[in-house]
Unconditional design. Structure first.
Length: 314
């Protein structure tokens, strides 16, 4: 292997962390200008269509079968429509750094919890410790709502972000078999497209009065944020993620989950002028530690499983 080929996955991993660590500020910029459900729905409709086009350019692919399409509908509803509808709504009242920490931290933690509850995976004690730490970290952040200027709205926004993430985890565990039946890019394209289409009528129903305003149609910041989410958050980010799954495998690739929360926190502080209390900073640190504990446990488990045939043959 040449030095260039050895460095390529590392550079792509860095790009993945950058894109998924900075999208939270783009969401914050967008939802301060545009009705949040409409902003989310249009982002995912366009991103899904582009991902499917990209998958088609890579080679021939077939339309989903009936059972596959039903599974994609479930994942689109849970992982996109409900999940990101709640997250985009909640980020109106929650700083982007906090949203990034809660979502990126709760994705791997919630996946483990639901996999255990649904009997999809045997979870060891360190993973349960990580789940407990993650919940404790979010509880510390929620505790800060009592001194937050938005008060009740901050707490409601935080709950929306956390609950939305759990819907994503639940849908991902339910639809895990789909990734074995079709490529990750194709499955994600359908999931994004269907979820965005489900969210569109909800946005029209709940935000119709706001949508007639011309103020946000001419907002340069809103269009830049929307374009950033489509291009970097969806197309570039997911392409990097898919590449790394093939190059490194899921366990090593999942290390992004304790880098992106730190990056989201820093980007919100530096570029978004977000200021965090010591309690919030402590809660965020606890969430990152929880993800790190989970990642180390999964690496050890993967290494033990990989070594099992060799030990058995001796």
């Amino acid at each position: 292997m040449t030095d260039a080929s050895a460095r390529r996955p590392v550079l792509i991993f860095a790009l993945l962390c950058f894109t998924w660590g900075t999208t939270w500020l783009a969401i914050k910029v967008g939802v301060t200008e545009v009705p949040p459900l409409w902003f989310a729905a249009t982002r995912f409709v366009v991103a899904g269509a582009l991902l499917l086009g990209f998958a088609r350019l890579r080679g021939p692919w077939q339309l989903p079968t009936g059972p596959q399409f039903r599974g994609l509908l479930v994942m689109g509803a849970l992982c996109i429509a409900i999940c990101f509808g709640l997250i985009f709504w909640g980020e109106q009242y929650v700083d982007s750094g906090i949203a990034g920490v809660v979502v990126q931290g709760f994705v791997p933690i919630g996946l483990v919890g639901f996999a255990a509850v649904l009997g999809r995976e045997e979870v060891r004690a360190p993973a349960w410790i990580a789940v407990g730490l993650g919940v404790a970290g979010v509880a510390l952040i929620a505790f800060d709502s009592f001194g937050h200027e938005l008060g009740r709205y901050f707490l409601l926004g935080l709950l929306a972000v956390a609950i939305g993430t759990l819907f994503y985890d639940f849908g991902s565990v339910l639809g895990g078999d789909l990734l074995k039946q079709m490529s990750a890019v194709t499955a994600s394209g359908w999931e994004n497209l269907l979820g965005g289409l489900m969210l569109l009528p909800v946005a029209l129903l709940l935000e119709g009065d706001e949508l007639v305003s011309t103020r946000w149609w001419v907002s340069g910041d809103a269009w830049l944020a929307w374009g950033y989410l489509v291009v970097f958050g969806s197309l570039i980010g997911f392409t990097c993620y898919t590449y790394l799954l093939n190059a490194w495998g899921p366990t090593r690739t999942s290390a992004y989950a304790f880098i992106t929360p730190v990056l989201a926190f820093g980007v919100g502080w530096w570029f978004g002028d977000e200021r965090f209390s010591p309690v919030v900073a402590l809660g965020a640190a606890v969430v990152v530690v929880a993800v790190a504990v989970l990642w180390v446990d999964r690496r050890r488990t993967a290494a033990a499983v990989a070594d099992l045939p060799e030990k058995t043959s001796r």
